[in-house]
Design a binder for this molecule. Structure first.
Ligand SMILES: [Zn+2]
Ligand SMILES: [Zn+2]
Length: 335
């Protein structure tokens, strides 16, 4: 098969990705062999390719928003059959035994492995996944529409749950990219009033189109106090701004992996009255299953931009340069 491989991490303009010939992988006893139909392009793929994330596997194939079909099963797999449509996401494996796994917080497992970083991912004709970490996919959505839901969608959904919004609550979204725009659709469908606070005029226009009650610059106060807020922009300066926008008892969840330094907080203005600041780390399989079910029920829709899999480096370059709206999705044209 052909697969994209990170030969030596570096700027995408310098061709760190090479299309190589490899044997089709053999699934382990508890794994599925998956023929890739489509694979979303996540910013993390760019970090793996450029070396912002340390190398975990030499020559790794990136990609962790895979929609494919089961092409083979390991000897110990009973609940999937050849031809089933499945999703492969970022969380690939946990130990299932540590204190975090046992209390239902497998997103915190120190022994977890990740698709497209610790193991080869979806920028290839085939990939593998432990059956226990594969998602069954809702039938109503097409391959390209589903792919971005598998990372951007699931993470946005966990952030929404971490913001502990009460029913009918007022939610603030700071930043409005792919993840926020999927999260907003779930929140709106569940009856929240959503206020978007973001710099880009185009993003604010999209927010109103999706159904936000207001869209303003990130440093402006929202039109009403917030019961919950999610910081999607990787900007620590916005933490006190968002905390001040919270009503008493409100929660601010920080969705990103990276955040610039948070300035000193003033306890009385920014935290007192039981306002809370929380981080969001990866996701559990339960988050993924809940989100995919809600996405189908509420018709959550990702804005996508398709590229042939044979042109994966161009999708990464365009992502880096901000040359498209919504999410890039690679469509397998290699097989
Ligand atoms: Zn991702
Ligand atoms: Zn664990």
């Amino acid at each position: 098969m052909r697969a994209w491989s990170v030969q030596r991490p570096g700027p995408v303009e310098g061709d760190p990705l090479r299309l190589v010939e490899r044997p089709v992988p053999v699934p382990g006893a508890d794994e599925l062999l998956v023929r890739v139909r489509a694979c979303g392009v996540c910013r993390t793929d760019l970090h793996v390719t450029e070396g912002d994330l340390p190398v975990h596997r030499t020559g790794v194939t990136p990609g962790h928003e895979v929609v494919g079909e089961v092409a083979g099963t390991g000897a110990g797999v009973a609940d999937f059959a050849v031809g089933d449509r499945v999703g492969v996401a970022w969380l690939r494996r946990t130990d299932g035994e540590c204190v975090y796994c046992r209390r239902g917080a497998e997103n915190l497992c120190p022994y977890s492995e990740y698709t497209g970083w610790d193991a080869d991912g979806g920028y290839a004709e085939y990939t593998t996944v432990p059956a226990a970490f594969a998602y069954r996919l809702p039938g109503a959505l097409g391959d390209v529409a589903l792919a971005p839901l598998l990372c951007a969608g699931i993470i946005g959904y966990r952030a929404l749950r971490r913001a502990s919004l009460p029913p009918g609550g007022r939610l603030g979204l700071y930043g409005f990219g792919g993840s926020a725009h999927l999260c907003a659709q779930v929140a709106l469908a569940e009856g929240a009033r959503v206020h978007v606070l973001t710099r880009g005029a185009e993003a604010r226009r999209l927010a109103v189109e999706v159904g936000a009650a207001s869209a303003r610059d990130a440093y402006e106060p929202p039109p009403e106090p917030l019961d919950g807020a999610i910081l999607f922009a990787p900007v620590g300066d916005l933490v006190p701004v968002a905390l001040r926008a919270l009503d008493r008892g409100g929660v601010l969840a920080v969705a990103g992996i990276h955040l610039s330094d948070v300035p000193a907080l003033n306890y009385e203005r920014e935290l007192f009255y039981e306002r809370e600041l929380r981080s969001v780390t990866s996701n559990t399989r339960a988050d993924g299953r809940e989100f995919l079910a809600l996405a189908e029920r509420h018709g959550v829709h990702a804005t996508t931009h398709a590229y042939p899999l044979s042109e994966a480096p161009w999708a990464l370059r365009d992502l880096k340069a901000g040359r498209f709206d919504g999410a890039a999705v690679l469509v397998n044209d290699l097989s």
